[in-house]
Write a protein that binds this ligand. Structure first.
Ligand code: ATP
Length: 376
């Protein structure tokens, strides 16, 4: 690979090509060799991939900052814009879909080609029609639903899983299409998109978002992404329901995620309570939910290990047998230990319920249950 040429193309802040490319990993997928950046480095997004043979770059999806205080956060973030577009933030996982030399592939956030998501993207979206007209673009989408190999949030209107396209970008440079243009283009191809709540002046946005978020919270949804009309400025704001749900998930595997999750969620909750909860009753309810979402899942985890169970993340996937086999192999190749809880056929599909085993949480809890001391 001509590192110097790709270095210039990636427009990195590193001093030299070697400083950037030492962080890329060599990988193989769909019979092609490629290089992937598994963490953001030197101004290049996490998950950026380079296919030297096809001479293709697929930029990672940028990290979206968060606002915790709407009243001042929104106007200052969108100072240079006269409108803010508010869209639903869906709770699934990020996938970029691009065509590499005739092959449509779906990339996860870390720059892996996921065989399962690739297959589903080809089934659920008319990707060939899109890439025939827009070969150098990528679709940025969320795979949502209870049956995915990475997330499990269940949407009442999603049966199994579905894809929602929330962005269209230039594959090589990452430049986004403006929001309106993207929404129109996706409609042309009948690509489902996240709900759009409205377009507001920046000073009117905090109140509008507070209302939207209150309704989303009641429906158990994640939150919103606010976007400048040109889609270059993006910021997120999430519901209490989501904060509590993500804590409950983290504390069901306490020694994997607990420590990393807890402080950031408490910060979000404290600012949201101070800004949006009027009544003392609302704050107390929030405090109770927050405490319960930390303590109860962890107590369940301790009891489960005491009963001899192994902890982990449970997922269900469904699809053509060869795709499911490729997915399980892909997950194992990433170093995950899978325990297969059920493996059956339904209408020609293979349906597998499996657990990504967490040795860290299981072993630590086992150690304490066996009388080990806590050194801190
Ligand atoms: P970061 O964005 O900081 O890298 P993260 O991966 O934890 O962190 P999230 O908190 O999940 O990110 O928020 C950003 C993600 O939200 C996007 O990468 C995208 O997958 C997802 N998302 C869901 N709905 C939308 C939407 N309407 N517009 C943009 N992104 C959306």
């Amino acid at each position: 690979m001509d590192e110097q040429a790709y270095f210039e193309r990636l427009d990195s802040t590193a001093d030299a090509a070697s400083g950037l490319f030492e962080h890329f990993e060599a990988r193989q997928a769909a019979g092609r060799a490629y290089h992937a950046l598994s963490d953001a480095r030197h101004g290049v997004e996490r998950g950026t991939v380079v296919f030297p043979e096809a001479d293709v770059v697929v930029r990672g999806y940028p990290s979206i900052p968060r606002i915790v205080w709407l009243e001042t956060g929104v106007p200052s973030f969108f100072e240079a814009h006269d409108r803010v577009v508010v869209e639903e933030k869906l709770d699934g996982f990020n996938v970029r879909i691009a065509r590499i030399d005739g092959d449509v592939l779906a990339f996860t956030r870390g720059g892996y080609v996921c065989p399962y998501t690739t297959g589903r993207a080809r089934d659920l979206l008319d990707v060939d029609a899109f890439f025939d007209e827009h070969p150098s673009r990528m679709l940025c989408a969320e795979l949502v639903g209870a049956e995915t190999p990475y997330t499990t949030h269940d949407y009442e209107d999603v049966d199994g899983h579905e894809i929602r396209v929330f962005g269209v970008r230039d594959r090589d440079r990452g430049d986004p299409l403006p929001v309106d243009e993207r929404r129109e283009l996706c409609e042309t191809f009948a690509f489902p998109q996240p709900e759009l709540f409205g377009r507001y002046r920046p000073d009117a946005t905090p109140d509008a978002v507070a209302d939207v978020v209150e309704r989303l919270d009641e429906r158990g949804r994640e939150g919103v992404v606010m976007k400048s009309p040109d889609c270059r400025a993006l910021v997120k704001y999430t519901t209490a329901h989501h904060h509590h749900g993500s804590l409950a998930y983290a504390f069901s595997l306490p020694f994997d995620y607990g420590r990393d999750f807890v402080f950031s969620r408490i910060v979000r909750e404290a600012f949201q309570a101070a800004e949006l909860d009027d009544a003392d009753r609302e704050r107390r309810e929030r405090a109770r939910d927050l405490g319960e979402s930390i303590l109860l899942p962890m107590v369940d985890a301790v009891e489960a290990v005491a009963d001899g169970e192994t902890l982990g993340e449970a997922h269900t996937v469904r699809g053509a047998p060869d795709r499911i086999a490729a997915l399980l192999e892909h997950l194992r190749d990433q170093g995950l230990t899978l325990s297969i809880d059920d493996d059956r056929r339904e209408d020609g599909d293979r349906v597998v319920e499996f657990t990504k085993v967490s040795a860290a949480s299981t072993d630590r809890i086992r150690h304490y249950l066996d009388g080990g001391t806590v050194d801190e």
